[in-house]
Design a protein around this ligand. Structure first.
Ligand code: SIN
Ligand code: FE2
Length: 224
């Protein structure tokens, strides 16, 4: 995709120029940036600890009454929630009655830069969903479709234990590709692939030096 000049971010985001650009093209407007977040992972995890203290990870209920195997929380203006009433975004964390913790600047910059690297300029997320997977936790194939602004991409950062990422087409019946996502990998999909079905296979047990027995995923979205 052609790169446009991006005056908004040129001066603000100089920190990521050293990043290794290894990329796997998944589909039109969909890419994995291998190791894109590795150098700042320790910082990200430190920020995460503070977020999780304020807005603890919890297993949400699906509208069908199942308990999700992943534990979830959010930071940013809007947090993703699921319960008997459906999937949606809320400004207040239903578990604490407080606003979600603000999105750290490092998160915002990483998401903005990764989106730009994938061809999506000016991505300013207002929500970061934090998913924690332990052994056998998974996420079934789904589309991200609760966001009002579908012109913005999804930026998804993997930390800790590796997992198999499923990336399908815009219809569920299309057989998904399988890619191993490692610590520091960032997947970005939008545009023609914005409605791609995706998911995570059951996590294989293990221990990672920075996250212990978990894989953590940060999913950045522009909801409004
Ligand atoms: C998601 O689809 O919300 C998360 C995907 C992942 O954990 O990589
Ligand atoms: Fe998703």
């Amino acid at each position: 995709m052609p790169k446009k000049a991006d005056p908004l971010t040129i001066d603000l985001f100089d920190d990521f120029t050293e990043i290794n650009p290894r990329r796997i093209i998944l589909a039109e407007d969909a890419v994995i940036l291998r190791g894109y977040a590795t150098d700042i992972a320790v910082d990200l995890i430190k920020s995460l600890e503070a977020i999780i203290t304020q807005a603890p990870l919890r297993q949400m209920q699906t509208p069908n009454g199942y308990t999700m195997s992943v534990r979830t929380t959010s930071c940013g203006t809007l947090g993703w929630v699921s319960d008997a009433h459906g999937y949606r975004y809320e400004r207040i964390d239903p578990n604490t009655g407080q606003s979600w913790p603000p999105m750290p600047q490092t998160f915002l910059e990483l998401a903005n830069q990764a989106a730009k690297e994938a061809g999506f300029n000016y991505f300013i997320p207002d929500s970061c969903l934090i998913n924690s997977y332990e052994a056998s936790a998974k996420l079934s194939l789904h589309q991200d479709k609760n966001e009002r602004d579908l012109s913005a991409p999804i930026v998804s950062v993997s930390l800790g234990l590796p997992a198999i990422f499923l990336f399908g087409g815009n219809v569920r019946s299309e057989r998904p590709q399988r890619h191993r996502l490692e610590h520091g990998d960032v997947a970005v999909w939008g545009g023609a692939s914005r409605m791609a079905f995706h998911g995570i296979e059951p996590l294989i047990d293990g221990v990672h030096s920075l996250t212990g027995k978990q894989r953590i995923n940060l999913t950045f979205r522009k909801v409004m």
